[in-house]
Design a protein around this ligand. Sequence first.
Ligand code: COA
Length: 218
Amino acid sequence: MNKNDYIIRLETEKDYRETENLAREAFWNLSVPGCNEHYLIHTMRTHKDFVRELNYVIEAGGKIIGCIMYTRAKLADENKEEKPVLTMGPLCIHPDYQRKGYSRILLEYTFEKAAELGYDTIINFGNPDNYVARGYKSCKKYNVCFEGDVFPTALLVKVLDENALDGRKWFYYPSDVEAPCDDAEAVEKFDALFPPKEKAWQPSQEEFYIHSHSVINW
Ligand SMILES: CC(C)(COP(=O)(O)OP(=O)(O)OC[C@H]1O[C@@H](n2cnc3c(N)ncnc32)[C@H](O)[C@@H]1OP(=O)(O)O)[C@@H](O)C(=O)NCCC(=O)NCCS
């Protein structure tokens, strides 16, 4: 892809509705019938853990075709020593522009910016297919888990510096930024502000269920 084909820039307030609509288009029916990621984006921008300096959009053909967000999170070892890290997501590319390398561009660009901000570790919960080509590895390989020694298949770790994690066990504590999405009524009310779209089942929802309910034991 030619560098003149796209622009990467920070999101501005004027972009908010366009970005939310883009997220709705990209996530619709993907994990569940409908989606809540547009509401997540809407509410997360005012959350204390939101990292405004890493809130980028990518434009092509004069419109926003992708966006990426990060939140502050932490790792804590067994002696309660803490390490600040980032959680990546949501990340999305408009369906008409997927599989052309745009998310790769957004990820690699923001990895550099994250390193400039002093972070060396990025974590996200997602479909490994989307991330292993960007250098993400299983949480198990870095000994990063949830409390109770749970190593989810979908918990992926990207280190920006090979010495970032030293093999000791780290417990991952994400932000509570997704909490507002538990309010189904608020999600519905927000969704009603957008053009009507039909909720439906599709196979990716089963794929999501499998990924999000699987853990690595050995
Ligand atoms: C997932 C998503 C962000 C990927 O964006 P994209 O611009 O289509 O991805 P890219 O073209 O940059 O591809 C990135 C890499 O992922 C791989 N990849 C992308 N989509 C894939 C798929 N459906 N299955 C397997 N691998 C895939 C590609 O092999 C590529 O690796 P490469 O650069 O080494 O060839 C985009 O498809 C999307 O917005 N999907 C809906 C929302 C979503 O699932 N977001 C992520 C969860 S937070």
